[in-house]
Ligand binder design. Structure first.
Ligand code: AP5
Length: 266
């Protein structure tokens, strides 16, 4: 009820509407209230899941709601490739083959990013850690009080894994398009832009990622299976892994995640 009130919905005035209409109104109010930003600390959040699981899509929603940055190692690496930095030059061929960039390079990149002041209230790690070594490295970094652990927020990450069916993953990856300017993610099958291949937000032409080519998808999925499954095992052993059904529509997945984050804040 509080959420309905907060969203400005007068339930009484809807009594005469059909039940379906009312249900839709309630649903909409709930979705709006879920989307409203909150400035409460969220602490570190790790999104795990295979390529195409929806990590980037969900990270952007968490970012909007909690006003904490998305730290996507894939995006950071692609930025470095586009800028032609030393790191980008070292990473490009590896990424084009669908393999993982070396732990040393990625961990240093993450360390520098997490030092930025915008990470003080929390951050969403999207695509990191991706090897057992990276997971151990992250725990050591957090334990070392690299961050201000004296704050009343958790120091340890909430680890959420998005579980998605294999065939669904293939559809999501092959259908993905993104805006090179604002980064918004679309899907020609599930979330198409209003105008074909054009960003709804800024009108720029959408692009397909270089590693979303069919021949690169299998190596990426294999890398996940071989190198990232141990990361989930690591968090499972330490009682920190929360798995959710990532096969559901985007809004439902978001609601599952927000509930987990709210529960951990209580
Ligand atoms: P990275 O950029 O991290 O790619 P990835 O893990 O393969 O994940 P994706 O970005 O493909 O998928 P996603 O889960 O974010 O899905 P999205 O939200 O876009 O890494 C790229 C490369 O960089 C790696 O291969 C590696 O070389 C290197 N790298 C990165 N991190 C590294 C690390 N830590 N160590 C070493 N190397 C590293 O969604 C996919 C599509 O599905 C979209 O079109 C979206 O609209 C749609 N969609 C999303 N959710 C739903 C839903 N619920 N229902 C229907 N459609 C949906």
């Amino acid at each position: 009820m509080l959420r309905l009130a907060a969203a400005g919905i007068d339930v009484a005035s809807n009594v005469s509407t059909s039940f379906v209409g009312l249900l839709n109104t309630v649903r909409e109010a709930f979705a709006n209230s879920m989307a409203q930003e909150t400035s409460r600390d969220v602490g570190p959040v790790v999104l795990l899941g295979p390529p195409g699981a929806g990590k980037g899509t969900q990270a952007k929603r968490i970012m909007e709601r909690y006003q904490v940055p998305q730290v996507s190692t894939g995006d950071l690496l692609r930025y470095n490739v586009a800028q032609g930095t030393q790191l980008g030059k070292a990473a490009k061929a590896v990424m084009d083959r669908g393999e993982l960039v070396s732990d040393d390079l990625v961990c240093e990149m993450v360390r520098l990013r997490l030092k930025q002041p915008d990470c003080r209230r929390g951050y969403i790690l999207d695509g990191f850690p991706r090897t057992a070594a990276q997971a151990v490295w992250l725990d050591a970094l957090l334990e070392d009080k690299f961050f201000d652990n004296s704050r009343p927020t958790r120091a340890w990450p909430i680890v959420i894994r998005l579980d998605v069916d294999y065939n669904q993953l293939l559809l999501r990856i092959t259908g993905r398009r993104s805006c090179p300017t604002c980064g918004r993610i679309y899907n020609v099958h599930f979330q198409p832009p209003r105008v074909d291949e054009v960003c709804d937000v800024d009108g720029n032409r959408l692009v397909t990622r270089n590693d979303d080519r069919l021949e690169v998808i299998q190596p990426r999925l294999a890398a996940y299976q071989e190198q990232t499954t141990p990361v989930a095992d690591y968090y499972q052993r330490t009682g920190r892994l929360i798995s959710i059904n990532g096969d559901r529509p985007v809004d439902e997945v978001t609601q599952q995640i927000f509930r987990i984050l709210e529960d951990h804040q209580a």
